[in-house]
Design a protein. Structure first.
Length: 265
């Protein structure tokens, strides 16, 4: 692939992420507009030298090597390119372990309009039928069947008839375990609040259509962030499970210490 074609492909991808608009009749994004958006989004001017102004007719020279070098060294490009989708085996482990290690990972929802990304900063672990706070404690039902399925699938349910919650199924098939995603730190295209399970699904446009969705897909998945900073994990009782007896006091809610996007301390 020629250099200009590679540049066009990168700008097209990143342009969609940050919300730049394509030129009518063209399949790619103009370098000036894409760089302008990326610079504003990623703070390239703060992280290093701003890209030089592009000269000449953009229609005749829409992509050049200098913008590609700027993109490859920008904080935003390093962040996006470092995302690694989590494999099935990540979820096929002890639920508490998975819950701990989901903190700091990136929840990604790709649509034709945008790529929405949030960093997971708060979760709750549900340990199976013996955990009286877990939906699976009611047994295998039409609602909970995905919880008893293979790991790495989305368990989305409705609460109060209006709010959706997103869970990640964990451990081997038949265990009935899952991790609830409670809060996200916005990374890309998330202008709405994300500090609560219903708020984050609304911001990422996740609803019952994603019940049983494979989290190894290309449109909704969780990814590792190679540039994430070390974290300290706080343990607290889960929220809204007073009905669960002794299980209500178990410290199975985990969040990143000091993160301002946690739903509750």
């Amino acid at each position: 692939m020629r250099r200009t074609q590679r540049t066009a492909k990168i700008l097209s991808c990143l342009g969609r992420i940050v919300g730049a608009r394509p030129v009518p009749g063209r399949s790619a994004w103009p370098a000036t507009k894409a760089l302008e958006k990326l610079d504003a989004f990623a703070g390239a001017g703060r992280c290093g030298r701003r890209p030089p102004a592009l000269r000449g007719n953009v229609k005749q020279r829409p992509f050049i090597s200098a913008p590609l070098r700027v993109l490859c060294t920008s904080a935003f490009f390093r962040h996006i390119s470092a995302m690694q989708k989590l494999p099935r085996c990540f979820y096929d482990r002890d639920t508490v372990t998975v819950a701990h290690e989901l903190l700091g990972k990136l929840l990604v929802h790709r649509t034709a309009a945008a790529e929405r990304i949030g960093r997971i900063v708060e979760v709750e672990a549900y340990l199976g039928p013996h955990d009286l706070a877990a939906h699976s404690s009611k047994g295998l039902t039409e609602r909970t069947k995905v919880m008893f399925g293979p790991p790495g699938y989305a368990y989305v349910y409705l609460i109060y008839g209006m709010h959706h919650c997103l869970n990640v199924v964990t451990e081997r098939e038949g265990r009935g375990c899952a991790v609830l995603l409670r809060a996200l730190e916005p990374v890309a295209q998330l202008p709405e609040r994300t500090n609560g399970p219903a708020l984050l699904t609304r911001a990422l446009q996740i609803d019952r259509r994603f019940y049983g969705h494979d989290l190894l897909s290309d449109d909704l998945f969780i990814a590792a962030d190679a540039v994430a900073a070390p974290i300290k994990i706080v343990k607290r009782p889960r929220i809204g499970v007073d009905y669960a007896g002794v299980w209500a006091k178990r410290r199975l809610r985990f969040y990143i210490k000091g993160n301002p996007f946690v739903s509750r301390r």
